[in-house]
Structures are given as C-alpha cells and as structure tokens.
Ligand binder design. Sequence first.
Ligand SMILES: O=C(O)c1ccccc1NCC(=O)[C@H](O)[C@H](O)COP(=O)(O)O
Length: 260
Amino acid sequence: MTILDKIIVKKKVEVEQAKVISTIANLEAMPLFERSCLSLHDSIHHTERNGIIAEYKRASPSKGIINDRSSVAEVVVGYEAAGASAVSVLTDREFFGGSLNDLVAARAELHIPLLRKEFIIDAYQLVEAKAHGADIILLIAAVLDSKQVQALSEFAQSLGLNVLLEVHNREELERSMVDSVDAIGVNNRNLKDFSVSLDHSLELVDLIPDRFIKVSESGISDPETIRQLRQAGFQGFLIGENFMKTGDPAQAIREFVNLL
Ligand SMILES: O=C(O)c1ccccc1NCC(=O)[C@H](O)[C@H](O)COP(=O)(O)O
C-alpha cells in the first residue's frame, strides 16, 4: 500500500466520523459558511501580487516534521505581506499535523484567498471547507475518477468555492479536465514515491488550455525556477516546505520575493 492509499483509507473513516459529529445542516449554520469566497483568478492576476500560493505545512509524509514552532497567524500574515496571491493550509491531522482550526485561524488574518489543502473524497468536505473559511478547494486526480471530479467540482462551484484540480501526468490531465474547475495544478511531486521533478510542469503546461489558471506545485525552492515557470506559461506557484523549513517562514518568503 502506498502512503497515498493509506491517507485515503484513513480519510474515508475520518469523513464518516465527522458526519456523525457535525451534520451538513450544522455546517451550513456556521457563520463563515455565509461569506462570499474571494476569487483566485482576481488575486493571481492582481498586479501587486506575485502568483505564489504560500503553504502552511507543519509536517509531511516525505519529510516528517518540518516546522512545529511557527504559529498559523504569524506565518500567514507574513505570506500576505510578502505579496502572495493565496495561502494554502493543510487540514489533514494524521499525516500533515494540520486541522480545520488552522484554517479558521488563517481566515481570521487574511484578505487574500485561502486554499483548504486536503484529500477531498466526499461532498461533505466541501461544505466543511466553506464553513471553516476556505475560498479554494483541491481535487486530486490521482485519487478521484472523472465522474467524481465532475460532481465534486460542480458542487464546489455551486457553493461559490474556487476549484484547483491537481494532476501529475498527461493521463490524469486528459481524463480529469472539466470546465467546472478554475485552476489546474501540476504536482511536481510523485505522490507514490515522493520524487520531485519540474519536468512534469514543463511537459504538461502546453496541454492545459489558457482558460484555466496554470499552477506549478511542489519542490520549488529557487526564485530562478519561478522565472522559468512563468516563461513556460504558469501564473501560480505553490510553495510550502521551502518557507516552512526555516525558523522564520515570513522572513523566508520576503527574502525569496526580493529575488524575483
Ligand atoms: O509533501 C508531501 O510529502 C506529500 C505527500 C503525499 C501527498 C501530498 C504531499 N504534499 C502535499 C502538497 O501538495 C505539498 O504540500 C505542496 O504542493 C507544497 O509542496 P512543497 O513546496 O514541496 O512543500
């Protein structure tokens, strides 16, 4: 069993438990559920923002603990101040040390779109995302079939959420690309063996129609790489570990952005 398989097995159990603790009606009654989501498109194309989707990531299956000292608030405030276009917060506890509380804490500080970085397998998690302040949700093609991508993305958009579809190769892209997603992210990390290569982004970018926001994800640690990805046609750049592994992620993103 790969780590991804293990994450999905655990996720199915967690989602069923969550449904018992809090019904959809309970989620819909939460104050944040009523707010209008911020547009990823507008933020990515805003001239004073730099396209970075900066991630708050305490731990990961590939690296173990990355940063268990920096608070959500101090990090996301620093990300926004450095010109990030959006912030990503991992909400999986078991494998990434995150939580929905982290999402709410980030929402309280931010004026830019917020991505719930999660392994979405059920429409319940979309209502949960909206009720805890997310503007964007992630659908991972590696764990969903094309009908699930279609149904989940349509439902997410009906809630006003922006949808980021994540693919890793041409097969995933071709079977999952639907009009009800706003952005397509190419994950440079192979989620089965954790190897990272920018070639995945560079090989797929021209196959992604221009109506989608194009995002390159994972393993980005050098401002020169952003220049290369922009040149290739990407507008968004998802970066987590490179900032979080330092003692001061807010300072790390400032220094990185100064070199862009
Ligand atoms: O990061 C991992 O080890 C990982 C393992 C299994 C599934 C997902 C994983 N990461 C989630 C992400 O998408 C990354 O956190 C995100 O793209 C940022 O990547 P990085 O800049 O390399 O931290």
